[in-house]
Design a protein around this ligand. Structure first.
Ligand SMILES: Nc1ncnc2c1ncn2[C@@H]1O[C@H](COP(=O)(O)OP(=O)(O)O)[C@@H](O)[C@H]1O
Ligand SMILES: [Mg+2]
Length: 332
């Protein structure tokens, strides 16, 4: 089943104070299957939050159609909201209540009885590992702990589809990794997760499928592995003794799967179709010729190369642009 299907989704904001209109989202076609982690990737200002706000019924599209959890975004908005959870970038927890109280309150807002809300809050605390700090006021929590509370609030009513807007922005690497683990446990329980991020490594590590946005348009979509593969070859570098280098290069140049072979110092640098398949056949060739191998390295194209290839500029450059525009894309 498809969790989200959109066709030609557009959002144009009227310009304020003489500024021209902003085409924040342009003709976005999406298909998100049930049961995985879907990453919406792009630099600041790409249109990620605007798209997510439309899909969660918080913002009316200018044009286009969308079905979310099998329900029409326009005609069945109320029923649709019961099936989705949404955690905004800022989160929605009350600072002067404890994490636990926030969870229970959220459950009550969704119509759970007091007992049911407490039981669910206990389960969320256990599942997300929040026992240590859930009885403290939210204002005293670390960034990572707060994000766990926000996430817990988003799942109190057992949504089928959970939207997370930049859930790890600003967290340190350790907190990010812990947060990823929690998101993975959600996937295991069958929740479909739709998250936005501008971290390439996050999209690569966490997401089953990604969609790359730039200037309001989708520029690439698919599983991260497939996108990277489409960019091009893997690189394999094999270090040998200097006197063997040219002989090694000539031997390897003709091996199956090798597209190009060049010398790089006392190493041979190969461009190969699929490193993991090519490598086991390459090493014996050298051994048979009596060439000792000093080191082996393999590297793959990254999502940054995917972004570069599809937009003509690097992701960090793109992030810089929106900062230069005075943070027009903003984080809010
Ligand atoms: N309420 C608004 N009014 C006018 N322009 C907006 C509004 N919200 C967002 N935008 C503009 O739409 C574009 C996309 O913003 P946004 O969806 O927040 O991007 P992202 O979440 O990818 O950083 C940006 O140029 C932003 O300035
Ligand atoms: Mg945003």
């Amino acid at each position: 089943m498809d969790m989200i299907v959109t066709q030609g989704l557009c959002k144009t904001f009227k310009g304020k104070r003489g500024a021209g209109p902003v085409e924040a989202v342009r003709d976005v076609d999406l298909q998100v299957r049930a049961g995985g982690i879907f990453g919406f990737l792009g630099p600041n200002g790409a249109g990620k939050t605007t798209t997510m706000r439309m899909l969660t019924t918080l913002l009316a599209p200018t044009r286009g159609t969308a079905t979310v959890v099998g329900r029409d975004l326009f005609r069945e908005a109320r029923a649709l909201r019961q099936d989705i959870g949404y955690v905004s970038q800022k989160g929605g927890a009350y600072e002067y209540a404890t994490g636990y109280e926030n969870l229970v309150l959220q459950g009550r807002l969704y119509g759970l009885t007091k007992a049911a809300a407490c039981a669910k809050a206990d389960a969320v605390v256990a599942r997300f590992g929040m026992a240590e700090y859930c009885k403290r006021d939210v204002r005293t929590l670390s960034g990572g702990q707060r994000r766990h509370v926000d996430l817990g609030m988003g799942v109190m009513h057992d949504p089928k589809l959970l939207f997370l807007d930049e859930p790890t922005t600003g967290l340190d690497p350790h907190s990010r990794a812990r947060f990823w683990d929690v998101i993975r446990t959600l996937r295991e329980t069958g929740v479909t997760v739709f998250l936005t991020t501008h971290y390439l490594d996050e999209a690569d590590n966490l997401c089953d499928t990604i969609c790359i946005m730039d200037h309001g348009r989708v520029v690439a979509s698919g599983p991260p592995e497939a996108l990277k593969r489409a960019v091009g070859a893997d690189f394999v570098t094999i270090g040998v003794a200097p006197e063997d280098a040219e002989r090694a290069r000539a031997l390897l140049a003709g091996a199956p799967g090798v597209k190009a072979a060049e010398l790089a110092g006392d190493a041979v640098k190969l461009s190969v179709e699929a490193g993991e398949r090519a490598l086991p056949a390459l090493l014996p060739r050298l051994a048979e010729a009596g060439i000792a191998i000093a080191r082996v390295e393999m590297s793959r194209p990254t999502l940054d190369e995917v972004f570069l290839r599809t937009t003509g500029r690097g992701m960090s450059e793109a992030q810089g642009e929106s900062d230069a525009e005075g943070g027009a894309g903003g984080w809010g």
